[in-house]
Design a protein around this ligand. Structure first.
Ligand code: A3P
Length: 316
């Protein structure tokens, strides 16, 4: 876990002792809470978030399954919302050039885990935050207020492969001997961190169809294929007002994989929790899973996708 377990409180440990648990990949144990599998640390962050976070109508919450394009979405929406304060054209001093996107957009349950008393009321309006929390487990005020949710979904095979490599970088020793077959099996049983991945995606998918003014559903693949079109869709959904074509182009360029991944801050930098910023940038491609998954493992994930997304209208 990139959030260390040392600071897990007795209260969380007591709750955890009553939860179903499994041996985890990457971490020794994961726990099932409200239908999802979490590490101790993230579970504590979610519990605090549910108790303390009060959404405002003007808030914007970016939601993803891990490794589905969080870093990219954070950069794009940050640049969009701040385009007057920090014009991208005078990009010599844009915050994204010197700061990793994760430090510009707070990660709700991560911040609450590290600082349980963190005061989100001080963030400039509109407040922009991100989370991996499932729709079911969102703090009540996020659902009941008029705050906006942008959900980014990614092809599950690419998401799995991205997570697999991320885990190897984060914890080379713990993951060294773990067979990929076992990780795919856990992924397909829904027992990988944050899983089942299909519930996460489907809950936000249906929420976006029921309430399109509240939840915008975008995909990593569409973002990649037509970033400018998707950017305009996001801007319209967020009510950002008129956008010059040039502004859109500049934002897309600044936030591209090539641009962000080559910045010093994203090659050599570290987050306050010690994580290297370069771990968030690997290939940034569609279909990169082919390098890592054998035909039979890809088919195993495909069967799960077929079964779980049948009838939903979502295709991968
Ligand atoms: P890969 O491991 O497939 O390369 P997250 O930000 O949710 O942790 O997801 C990380 C994935 O997004 C990684 O995928 C990473 O390379 C990719 N990524 C990061 N920044 C990106 C960008 N600006 N454009 C496209 N993909 C990006």
């Amino acid at each position: 876990d990139y959030l260390r377990d040392e600071d897990v409180t007795q209260e969380t440990r007591d709750l955890i002792s009553s939860l179903p648990k499994e041996k985890g990949w990457l971490v020794s144990e994961i726990y099932q809470f409200q239908g999802r599998w979490h590490t101790q640390a993230l579970l504590q962050g979610i519990l605090i978030c549910q108790k303390r976070f009060e959404a405002k109508d003007s808030d914007i919450v970016l939601v993803t399954n891990p490794k589905s394009g969080t870093t990219w979405l954070k950069a794009l929406v940050f640049a969009l919302l701040n385009r007057h304060k920090f014009p991208v054209s005078s990009s010599g001093n844009h915050p994204l050039l010197v700061t990793n996107p994760h430090l510009l957009v707070p990660f709700l349950e991560g911040v609450y885990y590290e600082s349980p008393n963190f005061d989100f009321t001080g963030l400039p309006s509109p407040r922009l935050m991100n989370t991996h929390i499932s729709h079911l487990s969102l703090p009540e005020s996020v659902k009941s207020s008029s705050c906006k949710i942008v959900y980014c979904c990614r092809n599950p095979k690419d998401m799995f492969v991205s997570l697999w490599h991320f885990g190897k970088k984060l914890a080379p020793e713990e993951t060294a001997d773990y067979p990929i077959e076992k990780a795919v099996e856990a992924f397909c049983e829904g027992k990988l961190i944050g899983g089942p991945f299909w519930d996460h995606i489907l809950e936000y998918w249906y929420a976006s169809r029921e309430n399109p003014n509240k939840v915008l559903f975008v995909t990593y693949e569409e973002l990649k294929k037509q970033t400018e079109v998707e950017m305009k869709r996001i801007a319209e959904f967020l009510g950002c007002g008129f956008l010059e074509e040039e502004e859109v182009r500049e934002i897309v360029k600044l936030c591209s994989f090539e641009s962000l991944s080559n910045l010093e801050v994203n090659k050599e930098g570290k987050l306050p929790n010690g994580m290297e910023t370069k771990t968030f940038f690997r290939k940034g491609e569609i279909g990169g899973w082919r390098d890592t998954l054998s035909k039979s493992l890809a088919e195993e994930i495909d069967r799960t996708i077929e079964e779980k997304f049948q009838g939903s209208g979502l295709k991968f």
